[in-house]
Design a protein around this ligand. Structure first.
Ligand SMILES: Cc1cc2nc3c(=O)[nH]c(=O)nc-3n(C[C@H](O)[C@H](O)[C@H](O)COP(=O)(O)OP(=O)(O)OC[C@H]3O[C@@H](n4cnc5c(N)ncnc54)[C@H](O)[C@@H]3O)c2cc1C
Length: 437
């Protein structure tokens, strides 16, 4: 079994360097010696946020340097499930209850805009990343959850002018090859892509626009001085006017303010061998993106080459060889509970990654202690990171724009400085609720 993301083997530039397990690849694609001493904007992190921002800023005429500790897309951007989903992490009813209809609508519309934007970007830059508007299904774990889907359907139509349809359990095999669920909600507006191909395509687009991307170089510290910043990296010091911290679930001590606001939570995925075509077609006949209605939800999909990818928050710890192996066992059990016919299929890949949560589960972008930031997408980040990266770049470039997700007063989490000690407690609580509710 390969303990690294399946997606890495689908990108020619990564395939050559693939290993049996995930080892740190410090190879620089540009070379430390070439680290420039000055740039208008330094962007820390080469995932969707940093690269979308870099492209936008370079097109606006700025000299842009992206500094990435590992390699392009090494973080969540090459590890995710590839599900480009409508809405936000928070359910529509929670959005309305917490923020009122007006703000809830603004947030939901920002998420809708992010999908329009990612589709346009992929088309404009001709990024070959298997993007398809497949739609998604949410599967009801309990009969009561299907009833709740009816309320959600009505709310989505009334408050957000967004249509979804429901398929009861008796007919659900047209959507999903299992009786383990109690009906499904179908949203045609979502899509799927290959995340690693997408992030590499985005990097190429940013480079074509004039941004420089240096990999294998980490930022250790940022020091403010008149007119800008000194960015201290493992490859030397860079002087700059503005910094965008785009490190999200991999934020370290170089950005202590963000470390106190983003909570990294491990999420894990397994991928089967390529399945027999008729078996793959029976699992998800319309090749939709899928997830269920539990707190500790399973998310899954079939890849274009016919593997089932099956993910979930199967371990609390951050991904290590130990947690990946334990998560693999948990996810395999989950997968065979939903699809018993996969019991004999081999697992080819297993991996994990960090998802960045904010305390209220709303993503953010803005300026904190003089540094720009964007992140906290709570597992809904493919489209949103691309979009918020662009939005914050427009602000850095001097456009007089405001956005409902801009927040320069993003509060820190009390008694938290980057080590999520409270997760096992919260986790135990929700695990019990999944079985009781
Ligand atoms: C297992 C998993 C499944 C997911 N599934 C989905 C999904 O199906 N759909 C969806 O929409 N979202 C999903 N997500 C979330 C999505 O992947 C993220 O929201 C998105 O990739 C965030 O992009 P980013 O650019 O902000 O951060 P990242 O891609 O994490 O990039 C941050 C980068 O910063 C670098 N870095 C950190 N510190 C430094 C430093 N000091 N100096 C230099 N570089 C540094 C890191 O090496 C990293 O490459 C999933 C995430 C995970 C982990």
């Amino acid at each position: 079994m390969n303990e690294y993301p399946y997606w890495w083997d689908t990108v020619p530039a990564l395939r050559a360097g693939s290993q049996k397990s995930e080892v740190r690849n410090q190879k620089s694609e540009v070379g430390r010696a070439e680290l420039p001493s000055r740039a208008d904007v330094v962007i820390v992190g080469a995932g969707y946020t940093g690269l979308a921002a870099a492209r936008q800023l370079a097109r606006a005429g700025a000299t842009v340097l992206v500094v990435e500790r590992e390699r392009i897309g090494w973080g969540a951007s090459s590890r995710n499930g590839g599900q480009v989903l409508t809405g936000l992490r928070l359910e529509p009813a929670t959005l309305v209850a917490r923020f009122g209809e007006r703000r809830a609508r603004q947030l939901f519309e920002a998420a809708a805009e992010s999908i329009v934007r990612i589709e346009a970007l992929i088309a404009e830059e001709r990024i070959d990343c298997e993007y398809a508007r497949t739609g998604h299904i949410q599967a009801a774990w309990k009969p009561a959850h299907f009833e709740a889907f009816r309320t959600e359907q009505a709310l989505l139509a009334r408050v957000f002018d967004h249509r979804v349809h429901l398929v009861p359990r008796a007919e659900q095999r047209a959507e999903i090859g299992t009786d383990a669920y109690h009906g499904v909600l179908v949203d045609e507006r979502s899509g799927g892509l290959n995340p690693a191909q997408y992030v590499h395509g985005l990097a190429a687009a940013a480079a074509r626009s004039g941004a420089r991307i240096i990999t294998g170089v980490g930022v250790d510290r940022m020091r403010q001085r008149s007119g800008g910043w000194l960015v201290e990296t493992t490859g030397g010091v860079v002087e700059t006017r503005d910094v965008l911290v785009a490190t999200n679930g991999y934020t370290n001590g170089a950005a202590p303010a963000l470390q106190r606001r983003f909570v990294p939570i491990g999420s894990y995925i397994i991928a089967t061998v390529t399945l027999d075509a008729s078996l793959a077609a029976a699992l998800l006949p319309r090749r939709r993106m899928a997830f269920d209605s539990k707190h500790f939800l399973y998310y899954f999909r079939v890849t274009p080459d016919g593997r089932l990818l099956f993910g979930g928050r199967a371990q609390f710890g951050r991904p290590t060889p130990g947690t990946i192996r334990r998560a693999t066992a948990v996810l395999r059990d989950g997968m065979t509970l939903i699809f018993p016919e996969l019991a004999a299929e081999r697992i080819d890949y297993a991996w994990g990654g960090n998802v960045a949560f904010t305390r209220d589960q709303v993503p953010r972008a803005g300026k904190l202690d003089g540094l720009y930031y964007a992140g906290g997408y709570c597992g809904h980040g493919i489209a949103m990171a691309t979009y918020l990266g662009e939005q914050i770049a427009r602000r850095i470039a001097g456009e007089p724009i405001d956005h409902p997700l801009f927040d320069d007063r993003f509060p820190a989490i009390a008694m938290y400085s980057g080590n999520p000690w409270f997760l096992p407690l919260v986790g135990a609580y929700y695990r019990v609720r999944d079985w009781l509710q």
